[in-house]
Design a protein around this ligand. Sequence first.
Ligand code: CTP
Ligand SMILES: C[C@](O)(CO)[C@H](O)COP(=O)(O)O
Length: 236
Amino acid sequence: MHLLIPAAGMGRRMGSDGLRPAGGYRNKLLLTLLDKPLLTWTLLSAEAATCIDWIGIMGQPVDFPEFKDILATVNLSKPVELIQGGDTRQESVYNGLQALPSDAEQVLIHDGARCLATPQLFERCAQALQEYQGLIAAIPVKDTIKVVDEDGLILDTPERKQLWAAQTPQGFNVKLLKDCHEQGRQQRWEVTDDAALFEKCGLSVHIVMGEETNLKVTTPVDLSVAEFILKARHNP
Ligand SMILES: Nc1ccn([C@@H]2O[C@H](COP(=O)(O)OP(=O)(O)OP(=O)(O)O)[C@@H](O)[C@H]2O)c(=O)n1
Ligand SMILES: C[C@](O)(CO)[C@H](O)COP(=O)(O)O
C-alpha cells in the first residue's frame, strides 16, 4: 500500500514558533512533541503499519533539509520520497498523486499533522480499501453542531446522529482519485479533504471508524493534548 503524507503546510493557526527570516511561519510538523519532531511520530506509526510499503512526503523545499534529518534519525525500512508540496493541501495531494510509482493502484493519504494515528488505524483503512474505492477514517461528532450565518444567527441544527468528523487516513483507488483531482482543478473546486472531491464527482466514500485520539495538531492547545496522550501511551 502506498502512503502519501501531506506535510507542506505553514502552521498559521499554530503560529507559536515565530516568523521565518524570509517570511511565513515555521512548519508545525517540525515542532517538538515530547522529544521528537511532530512529523517523526507520524512516520513511526506509518513504519509500524505492515500494510504500508512506500511513503511519499509532500513538503516545502525550505523544510527538506530538516525532513532529511528526521528521515536519517527514523531510518525507515520502507522506500521514502520527498515531493514538492503546493500552496494548499489539495495542491500538495495533487503533486503527491503525480509522484506515485506507476504501479500504484491504491493510496492512503494521511496528514502529517495527525501524528497520533495508530498503526492499527492504517491497517484498518488498508483492509477496507480492498472492498471500497473510497474511504475515510471518521468519528461520530460529540457536540451539537450549528449552521450559522455571517451575522452570528443560527440557521440550522443538523441532526447529530448523521454527523461525523472527518479524519485521515483517507484511502482511494488511485486512478479514480487522480481523475477527481483533475476535475477539481478544471472546475476550480476548493476542498479541505480528498473525500470531498470524490463526493463532488458522484463517487461513494465509506466510513472507517477513526480514533478519538487521532486529532489534527492545529493550534497550541492541540499540541498540549497530543503531548498528554503520547506521555500516557509511553508511560502507562
Ligand atoms: N499547502 C499545504 C497545506 C497543508 N498541508 C498539510 O495538510 C495537513 C493538514 O493541514 P493543516 O492542519 O491545515 O496544516 P497547516 O496548513 O500547516 O495549518 P494552517 O492551516 O493553520 O496554516 C498538514 O499535515 C499540512 O502539513 C500540505 O501538505 N500543503
Ligand atoms: C483532511 C482533514 O484532516 C480531515 O479532517 C482536514 O479536512 C484538513 O483540513 P485543514 O483545512 O487542512 O485543517
